[in-house]
Design a protein around this ligand. Structure first.
Ligand code: HEC
Ligand code: HEC
Length: 339
């Protein structure tokens, strides 16, 4: 009898322990774990970890260096001759809040962290998203978006071939990239909580009530897709945007963290930019042309890959660079050109 009581006691203690593990949010949990626990629909973005050859390491190496290894351990062909994924996407967080896209806040945040100011959305937290190439990207990629819109694998493949202008990824490489991307998925600590909201989630986990509310509150803390609006340059490239006064100090940050990321620090482009006054004079002088020579034109429309010279510049959507920021950049370029 004594033993039975001890065993029951131990089991009870164990049960409480398990319960506590699952019911008190520590913050270390991934957002997906908590959603799964609450009975939300499973994520469509889970990798197939059983595919021979797939690994987190290969995924990370593909994203950062464009290199991968085949089953016999040999290096495969570089994914792209022109770019790596991190030419255009940060793998770090870019904003204090993940439920808004605010280009001004993004610039301040990335600048403070020493991150480049690039056209692509961060890959941090991308596995927590369910829609890709949103809104206006349909205009750019047409039918290609259909497959990619609701499918992260197709979204990665589209970017490998179209954005990176490189080769298609093999099955094991796609699964590897996904496995790596899950290592930079959201954890509960990445989101901002009030005590009340955390209680709601804790309670839903422990008594199973109000699960739908708990799921909704979690999902209100991050965007499940990146909105994308294609902006237009001002009608007169020479005059600029009449209602906006540019701030050169902010423009300097955009120039250095954005433009120079590709045109100086990394050799992603043959077109070299630097801090010489001649360079600013040239940029200022070319601003007025209604084609790829103008910084207005390339910022809003990008450039097109040309045959035999496939590196191209992706455009900045309004969510990634606001009209105000574009005018800030112009103000800086003009100020420097004037020196
Ligand atoms: C030359 C720039 C460039 C390169 C290189 C590049 N991308 Fe992209 N990628 C973009 C842009 C621009 C978008 C447009 C949507 C966005 O990110 O907001 C995009 C979109 C995506 C999306 C969908 C994001 C969304 O929220 O719509 C994924 C996933 C993605 N890229 C993954 C990759 C991976 C993986 C690689 C490397 C194999 C890569 N990209 C290389 C520029 C690039
Ligand atoms: C993700 C990388 C990337 C970023 C960021 C970027 N560019 Fe580019 N840009 C390119 C590539 C690649 C080309 C294609 C030209 C080439 O390589 O020959 C290009 C082309 C251009 C051209 C046309 C050059 C010509 O004569 O054909 C201009 C002007 C330009 N960029 C200005 C800018 C400015 C201004 C910024 C900052 C707002 C910027 N770029 C940010 C990659 C980038």
């Amino acid at each position: 009898m004594k033993y039975i009581i001890i065993v029951v006691g131990l089991l009870y203690g164990f049960w409480i322990g398990v319960q506590n593990d699952m019911t008190k949010i520590t913050g270390e949990e991934t957002v997906q774990q908590v959603l799964d626990e609450l009975g939300d629909t499973p994520s469509p973005n889970l990798p197939n970890r059983l595919l021979p050859g797939a690994s987190v390491e290969i995924g990370e190496s593909l994203v950062k260096f464009g290199k991968s290894q085949n089953l016999s351990g040999g290096n495969t062909m570089r994914q792209s001759r022109h770019f790596v994924c991190t030419s255009c996407h940060n793998v770090e967080r870019e904003s204090a809040y993940l439920n808004i896209e605010d280009p001004e806040e993004r610039l301040a945040f990335t600048h403070e962290k020493g991150l480049p100011f690039v056209q692509g959305s961060p890959l941090f937290g991308i596995v927590n998203r369910i829609k890709f190439y949103n809104d206006d990207y349909e205009k750019k990629y047409g039918d290609l978006v259909d497959k990619a819109r609701n499918n992260i694998r197709e979204a990665i493949q589209l970017c490998a071939v179209e954005c990176s202008q490189g080769r298609a990824l093999k099955d094991w490489e796609i699964e590897s990239v996904l496995m790596y991307l899950w290592t930079i998925g959201l954890t509960m600590n990445d989101l901002q909580w009030t005590e009340q909201e955390l209680d709601l989630v804790d309670n839903a986990l422990s008594d199973g009530k109000d699960r739908a509310d708990a799921i909704a509150v979690i999902k209100s803390k991050y965007l499940d897709h990146a909105p994308a609006t294609f902006g237009t340059p001002p009608s007169s490239y020479k005059e600029g945007m009449p209602d906006i006064k540019g701030d050169p100090a902010n423009g300097k940050i955009i120039y250095e963290d954005g433009c120079l990321h590709c045109h100086a620090k990394n050799e992603y482009s043959h077109y070299r930019l630097d801090n010489e006054s001649l360079t600013f004079k040239q940029l200022a002088n070319r601003m007025k042309y209604y084609d790829e020579r103008s910084m207005y034109h390339v910022s809003r429309y990008g450039t097109k890959p040309k045959f035999g010279k496939r590196a191209y510049m992706p455009q900045y959507t309004e969510e990634k660079m606001s009209d105000q920021q574009l005018e800030d950049l112009r103000a800086y370029v003009l100020e420097q050109a004037d020196k």
